[in-house]
Every structure is written in C-alpha cells, then in structure tokens.
Write a protein that binds this ligand. Structure first.
Ligand SMILES: Nc1ncnc2c1ncn2[C@@H]1O[C@H](COP(=O)(O)OP(=O)(O)OP(=O)(O)O)[C@@H](O)[C@H]1O
Ligand SMILES: [Mg+2]
Length: 317
C-alpha cells in the first residue's frame, strides 16, 4: 500500500481519503542535470495547487513523474492513494501536456473521440462526454473544424477539453495558458474554478505569477529542481505587511507605542512599521495622535507575490 511507504507503522488511511498527491524525496536526474531534487509534498483532495517556477525549474519533470511518463531516479509518489503507474488510478487522472500538438487533419470532435478511446471511456458515454468538454472549453461551435485551422489558443482549449474527458478526480495542467490572450486566461481560470467546484484536484504548472495568485489555494515555488517555498499565498508572502507613515512632533519616548503593533524603522520623519495587520492602522494613528504626534501620511504597502518571488529566487528570503 502506498500510504505505508510514507508512515511506516502508522494507521493506514483509507484510499478514499488519501491525499490527491503525495510525494517523498521524489527526484529525477538526467545525467549530471538534476531536474528535480527531492520533492516532498502532499496535495489534499479538491485543492488547486500551483507549481510555480522559472524556465528549467523542474515543473514539467515533476508532472511527468506524477503521471508516470518518466521514472524517478529516487523517491516515491502516490496519486489518489495508489502508487504512480497504477492502471486503474490512471483512468481517474487527466493531463494537459506542455507543447502538445494534435494531428492537423482531425476535427476537434475526432481528437476528443480518439482520446475517449485511449482513456477507455465506454462508447455509450462518449458523445455526452465530448459535448460536455466542448461546451466547457468554449469550442462547441468549432467541433467539426479541423485542428489545423485552429489558432494556438483554440488548440490549448482543446487540450483542456481532452484533459477533462472521463471526469477525472485529478487533473495536471502544464502551462495551460501559455498561448492564450487575457480573455482566454480568464476563461481558463473559470474552467479551473468550475473543476474545483466539482471537487476535482488541479495541479497547475505555471511561470505566471498572476495566474497562480488568482486561482491557486496553495503554491510551491520551485527553482533549480528544489522547492524553495510552499504554502498559501499569504504564507509565502510571510510577515511582510508594511505601513509607511510620515509623522512629526512625536517624542522619542513615545516611540515605544509602535512595539505593540510591529517592528519599526525610523528615518527622518518616516516610520516603517512591519508585520502589522492593515486593520490596525486606525488604532495606531489614534495612539500616535494621543501621544502628541502629527500624522501627515499613511502608506500601506503589501509586498506583491512578484516581489517575493524575485526575492526567493535571488536567495534573499
Ligand atoms: N529529457 C531530458 N533530458 C535531459 N534533460 C532534461 C530532460 N527533460 C528536462 N531536462 C532538464 O531538466 C531541467 C528541468 O526541466 P523541466 O522541463 O522540468 O523545467 P520546467 O520548469 O518545466 O521549465 P519550462 O518553464 O521551461 O517549461 C532542465 O534543466 C532541463 O534541461
Ligand atoms: Mg515545463
């Protein structure tokens, strides 16, 4: 049983409640290149999990390992409670590969039919599945047009349609919006949210911070094959809420007031208070005024994920 690999001696959870994805020290090397270095993580059912990192970070390698397209050099992984590669489990997993290309001469419906066959979806259910996928990805009107006549964005939508055939419980999307315009990106986010509403777990590879920030419950930031941060967006941002205030007439002895709110750095008339919840700004201002200070400016600033991402990648976390 996969679970016993992760918790020897502990009670084995029922497969039904096993995490969607669980990995332990999962690693892959190609010769001297470490594509993925010891990934240990767990993604619970129903979560939208973002795997975020720059080009070459190891995102596609991780997905290929998890869908069983490539074997790990070391480490373990289980999917929906079963070891990677389990045939029955594979049917419950959808996958949108990176840089895929379908045969130009097939129509969208033929591509979907072919994948229904490959996925072993019974004949009786195929037409309903295909219509559902076409409608969800907004291609119903082009169903019988050849893929060769599709724009890149339409091909990407078709790829999403293929990934959701058979109503999988877990879907891997490797850069699903790389060819899409802003409207298309918005549409994909909506599709992902629809999937989540149905209880599907989505593993989303992306180098686009904005995409991950808008749609993911939790994110792993990867670089050079290593996870350098993992958590919800606020967790990754950390205690970085910063409020800058320009204050005059506050006596040095009154500066102790800031300690109740956060840490403070003072430069001339500017006070930078870190680690303070923005909700508490009015209380702090009231205290300062009570102590004789005059408040000229209050500038709340939350670090963006982009700032944090660059900070993490620069190794200055
Ligand atoms: N089949 C392979 N043979 C040799 N090296 C490989 C192979 N696949 C991946 N790599 C190497 O592993 C590293 C991680 O590649 P991977 O494709 O996983 O990155 P990625 O995060 O998906 O990047 P991108 O954002 O560009 O898609 C890179 O250094 C890459 O050159
Ligand atoms: Mg990739």
């Amino acid at each position: 049983m996969a679970e016993t690999l992760f918790a020897p001696g502990a009670a084995v959870p029922a497969a039904a409640v096993a995490p969607a994805i669980q990995t332990r020290e999962l690693a892959k090397s190609y010769g001297r290149i470490t594509a993925l270095a010891g990934l240990t993580m767990s993604v619970p059912r129903g979560e939208i999990f973002g795997f975020l990192g720059p080009n070459g970070a190891g995102k596609t390698t991780a997905v290929k390992l998890l869908v069983g397209l490539t074997r790990p050099t070391s480490g373990e992984a289980s999917i929906l409670g079963a070891p990677v590669g389990d045939r029955l489990t594979r049917r419950r997993v959808g996958y949108l590969p990176e840089l895929f290309r379908y045969q130009d001469w097939l129509s969208a419906r033929e591509v979907l039919t072919l994948h229904c066959e490959l996925a072993g979806i019974p004949r009786s259910r195929r037409s309903e599945e295909i219509d559902h996928a076409l409608t969800t990805v907004g291609l119903a009107a082009r169903a019988d047009d050849r893929v060769g006549t599709f724009s890149k964005g339409m091909q990407q939508r078709l790829g999403l349609g293929v990934a959701m055939l058979g109503q999988p419980d877990l879907i891997f999307l490797d850069e699903p919006t790389s060819a899409l315009d802003p409207v298309g990106r918005h549409d994909v986010r909506e599709i992902i949210r629809t999937l989540k509403a149905r209880g599907v777990t989505v593993f989303l590879n992306s180098h686009l911070l904005s995409e991950v920030e808008l749609v993911c419950d939790r994110v792993a930031v990867v670089d050079h094959g290593r996870v350098i941060a993992l958590g919800t967006i606020p967790e990754i941002l950390g205690e970085t809420n910063l409020v800058r205030m320009r204050i005059t007439d506050l006596s040095p002895s009154a500066e102790i007031v800031f300690h109740r709110f956060g840490t403070v750095e003072i430069q001339n008339d500017w006070y930078a208070v870190r680690g303070m919840d923005a909700e508490r700004i009015p209380d702090l201002v009231a205290e300062i005024v009570r102590l004789g200070g005059r408040v000229h400016a209050v500038e709340p600033r939350q670090q963006t994920l982009e700032d944090r991402f660059l900070q993490l990648l620069g190794g200055t976390s």
